[in-house]
Design a protein around this ligand. Structure first.
Ligand code: GDP
Ligand code: IMO
Ligand code: MG
Length: 428
């Protein structure tokens, strides 16, 4: 494995963190390439539950070097908080094993305020963002007025640029009825953060290419999911980055020749948090059953925002599309344990609008809102599968469900998980 990419095949929260933690055992470097602290990746190690937002899930393996790639947007204050938090859980981070691309863009409190103002202005059309300032930070990046992590190396210039950007953002905020941000406070806080983060800021493009040339194994940890991609997702109900496999290359500055595995991660049902189309969404008892009550830490409530996730049947139209967009070599299917106890399970296999049948999602929101879903029904299973270690011991109906998914998206399923812990994993 020169380089493997792990990607969410749905709308995020598929279990990428636990998959990246598993693959990191065999990796030398784990790199995030898109998004920022809108992500929330859960890794359960014994009694400890890590909820990582910016730091790659590989951090829990001491031998792994973690990288925040150039494609990311980084809130330095939140990053330091996360570093301190995981240090308090016994995971020490040093510049030898953690680096931030000097080309990554910074999120400021003005971006956070702009995110809020924009959501408020949209009213009931709001995207339902994580309110982490992601969209406005990427807007500054593509508008060519962003501030990059490398600028933190020259404190004086950094402070001037930051102060000017906050003042400029305040004009926009005033126009949008948002809350102004004090440039002095921000500059003071960010200078303090810059002093601490300075040793971690590197040209990670050069580093990654050198390591790959030497034969190091690099794991690219995706955030968000394919249907949240700025190009390929349910625009405008998307995030502002490219979580798909192409984004891993631009978001890290590496070439496609190094990639030999693109693993799609999907839950065995669907979830979505925030607005936007979700053709297989279930209201009422079935949806509540998939969501869970919140009693278990793996129940469907957002890792970053705590919001209840919308839940529904697995959608193979979405998975087929994700397999195409990303070029998945294989799939990892999570949360099979949650499906124990259903008499039957449905999978969406196509959409219909009038007489037209769609095997891939239609492009426009108005079409997506009007699709009728064609389902197949498979037998469920009632056994507790959380302690099973071997595929031969799984109920027949579980195996049939997994094989059907592989068939529907023409991609092999190579592993499944039957609980959130590291060893609750079965190879197929
Ligand atoms: P990510 O954003 O893709 O890394 O996923 P999240 O961490 O946001 O959400 C996945 C949730 O499912 C977390 O609470 C995980 O601990 C949990 N999880 C992952 N795999 C399994 C599984 O096989 N079974 C159960 N019950 N929970 C799982
Ligand atoms: P992980 O990496 C689930 C969703 C938000 C919203 C839309 C835009 O944990 O899978 P943003 O704050 O990015 O501008 O919000 O994208 N979203 C996620 N949903 N998991 C995530 O990350 C998400 N990151 C963003 O809910 O609908
Ligand atoms: Mg998540």
């Amino acid at each position: 494995m020169p380089a493997t990419i792990v990607i969410g095949a749905q709308w995020g929260d598929e279990g990428k963190g636990r998959v990246a933690d598993w693959l990191a055992a065999e990796a030398d470097v784990v790199a995030r390439y898109a998004g920022g602290d809108n992500a929330g990746h859960t890794v359960v190690v014994g009694e400890k539950i890590f909820k990582l937002h910016l730091i790659p899930s590989g951090v829990l393996h001491e031998h792994v070097v973690c990288v925040l790639g150039n494609g990311m947007v980084v809130n330095p204050v939140n990053l330091l908080r996360e570093m301190d938090q995981i240090a308090s859980m016994g995971v020490e981070i040093t510049p030898e094993r953690f680096m931030i691309s000097s080309r990554a863009h910074l999120i400021t409190p003005a971006h956070v305020a702009l995110d809020s103002a924009s959501e408020k202005a949209l009213g009931n059309q709001a995207i339902g963002t994580t309110l982490r300032g992601i969209g406005p930070a990427y807007m500054d990046k593509t508008g060519r007025k962003g501030i990059r992590a490398g600028q933190m190396l020259n404190i004086e210039e950094f402070a001037d640029a930051l102060y000017a950007r906050i003042e400029e953002a305040n004009v926009t905020l005033a126009r949008q009825g948002g809350v102004n941000v004090d440039p002095k406070t921000v500059t003071t806080d960010y200078i303090e953060a810059a002093e601490r983060l300075r040793p971690y800021i590197k040209d990670t493009t050069v580093y990654l290419n050198e390591r790959l040339k030497q034969g190091a194994r690099v794991l690219c940890e995706g955030a968000q999911g394919t249907l949240l991609d700025i190009d390929h997702g349910d625009y405008p109900f998307v995030t502002s980055s490219s979580p798909t496999s192409g984004g891993a290359l631009t978001g890290l500055g590496i070439g496609p020749r190094y990639i030999d595995r693109v693993m799609g991660v999907t839950k065995c049902f669907s979830t979505r948090v925030g607005g936007g189309p979700m053709p297989t969404e279930l209201q009422g008892e079935l949806g509540n059953r998939l969501r869970g009550t919140g009693e278990n830490h793996w129940d469907e409530f957002g890792t970053t925002t705590g919001r209840p996730r919308r839940c529904g049947w697995l959608d193979a139209v979405v998975l087929r599309y994700a397999a195409a967009v990303n070029g998945f070599t294989d799939l990892f299917l999570t949360k099979l344990d949650v499906l124990s106890g259903f008499d039957e399970l449905k999978i969406a296999v196509a959409y219909h609008i009038g007489a037209k049948r769609y095997e891939f999602p239609p492009v426009t929101l108005s079409e997506l809102e009007h699709v009728e879903v064609e389902y197949i029904t498979l037998p469920g299973w009632h056994e507790d599968i959380t302690k099973i270690k071997d595929v031969g011991n799984l109920p027949e109906a579980t195996c049939a469900y997994v094989q059907k998914i592989a068939e529907l998206c023409d991609t092999p399923v190579t592993a499944i998980s039957v609980g959130p812990e590291r060893d609750q994993l079965i190879f197929f």
